[in-house]
Ligand binder design. Structure first.
Ligand code: INI
Length: 183
């Protein structure tokens, strides 16, 4: 507590944080049809988050893929289209259902992260990796939150933060023109 008060007197950096206001941003939701009964709940959760945060209907598009393994490539296509400020990848991989759980879940996670790093378009990891169906159900809106809702809220926050950062960069570039003689 004391250190927090002291810090206020010493250092007051400008803190940037995204707002949960989706207005003006465009979103792609890429959703896996595998475990469709549950991934449709994730999609509902994501749409709920976007709508309640002010997103326009025309600024949200949904792309359906067969399974979580296809999420990275579909996300890459969406990112490269230049039509979206953020992408929300949704899926469910259940350990009990496949001997190649680690491959599907691992490649989905790695691939989704790579899309963001490669394109600069933020891609949210809204993929539930669960040991069993009960766990997956709980995290798709039944008990322990809805991963789709959470991913969409994160997408809004990050899109907003990146817009602030881009505006800051533009300001810095404009300031540089004050000294045109300095190379
Ligand atoms: N895809 C999933 O999204 N979840 C799973 O649990 C799953 N299992 O159990 O295998 C799964 N497999 C399909 C995979 O994502 C691809 O669609 C398929 O291998 C074709 O590339």
């Amino acid at each position: 507590m004391l250190s927090r008060i002291l810090r206020r007197f010493i250092l007051q950096p400008k803190v940037h944080r995204g707002k949960h206001n989706a207005q003006g941003f465009r979103f792609a939701i890429v959703v896996s049809r595998w475990n469709d009964m549950l991934t449709s709940r994730l999609l509902d959760g994501a749409l709920d988050a976007l709508e309640s945060s002010g997103a326009d209907e025309s600024s949200v598009e949904v792309f359906k893929v067969p399974g979580a393994f296809e999420l990275p490539l579909a996300s890459l296509k969406a990112a490269e289209s230049g039509n979206f400020d953020a992408i929300i990848a949704l899926g469910i991989v259940i350990r009990g259902e496949t001997p190649h759980f680690d491959f599907v879940a691992g490649e989905a996670a790695k691939g989704i992260n790579q899309v963001g790093l490669k394109t600069g378009v933020p891609v949210m990891f809204g993929v539930i990796t669960a040991d069993n169906v009960d766990q997956a159900m709980n995290r798709s809106g039944l008990k322990a939150g809805n991963k789709g809702y959470e991913a969409a809220m994160s997408a809004i926050e990050v899109a907003s933060l990146f817009a602030q950062m881009a505006a800051g960069e533009k300001r810095v570039r404009a300031d540089e023109k004050v000294f045109p003689h300095v190379v």
